[in-house]
Write a protein that binds this ligand. Structure first.
Ligand code: CUA
Length: 300
């Protein structure tokens, strides 16, 4: 049996190796026989084809052996599928929300994060949905994947066996920012996880602003360090003068609190040069926006 950073990885890996090994052996036998026959029964040596008769033993053999092999593949696949679809009762539940273009993870105590933090050795049950279009939650290292569909809940579970960070991808094309829709599963030792889980959120306005940018998914498309993603960076954004196109007419604006609020409430009415008009409408209160703007002001 193979192993991996999660129990599911070992199971899927073992089934894969079995199927790949059978396929490889068959490949060698079939292609080897073809080559042998091409050489041995070539026209120059056998100008007249000789009649062949049925061979019962051979026919039963080439029927029974493949049936047995595919039934074995079915067996391994089915047993692993059962395992992957049925979370244990004691699993820790985390709500997952996919949205254009970021992931949000919500815990039972109200904590929210843009990376998935879990304790090592504990089964985790993800209850997943989407706020907009279909996304697909994929952790290659764990060999698990499931769609996140608006208006319904899907689930996925895993039990990590090694601490570390594992990449999360979105594997359903969900719009322009699809390739930026990445996150991580951070598998922590139990004690570290508990410390993080029970730690109080920072309370300063700017810290709250930053946490809101994370939990509302803004950082899926905007960075705070000057790097360009799907949307413009937040660094140096506040107070900047920008030429935008509004209903076909160019105008010069100052990116102040009023402009930002207006843009968030009515995204893409003003077109920003060099960026596609794909900002989604975000559910956010005025107080939340004020905190987010307070944080933006600190990014000189
Ligand atoms: Cu979300 Cu692709």
């Amino acid at each position: 049996m193979l192993s991996g950073p999660a129990l599911s990885a070992g199971k899927v890996g073992s089934a894969f190796v079995f199927i790949a090994a059978v396929s490889f052996v068959l490949l060698v036998i079939i292609v080897g026989t073809m080559i042998l026959f091409v050489v041995r029964y070539r026209r120059s040596k056998h100008p007249e084809p000789s009649p062949t008769k049925e061979n019962l033993a051979l026919e039963i053999g080439w029927t029974a052996v493949p049936v047995l092999l595919v039934m074995l593949m079915f067996y391994f696949g089915f047993v692993d599928f059962e395992y992957i679809r049925n979370p244990p009762k004691n699993a820790m539940v985390v709500d997952v929300v996919g949205r254009q273009w970021s992931w949000l993870f919500k815990y039972a105590n109200g904590k929210q994060e843009d990376v998935l933090r879990v304790p090592v050795g504990k089964p985790v049950n993800l209850i997943m949905t989407s706020q907009d279009v279909i996304h697909s939650f994929f952790v290659p290292a764990f060999r698990i994947k499931e769609d996140c569909v608006p208006g319904m809940k899907t689930h996925l579970w895993f039990q990590a066996t090694e601490t570390g960070s594992y990449q999360v991808f979105c594997t359903e094309y969900c719009g322009q920012g699809h390739s930026h829709m990445r996150s991580q599963v951070v598998v922590m030792p139990q004690a570290d996880f508990e410390k993080w889980y029970s730690a109080a959120e920072e309370t300063g306005t700017e810290a709250q602003g930053f946490n809101l940018l994370k939990s509302k998914g803004c950082l899926g498309c905007h960075t705070t360090d000057g790097t360009r993603k799907v949307g413009p960076t937040y660094k140096g954004l506040f107070g900047k003068t920008e030429t935008v196109t509004t209903e076909g007419r160019k105008r010069t604006v100052t990116v102040d609190a009023a402009f930002i609020k207006d843009y968030v409430r009515n995204p893409n009415v003003d077109r920003i040069p060099g960026y596609p008009p794909i900002m989604p409408k975000i559910q956010v209160t005025d107080q939340e926006l004020d905190k987010m703007i307070a944080y933006l002001k600190t990014l000189k």
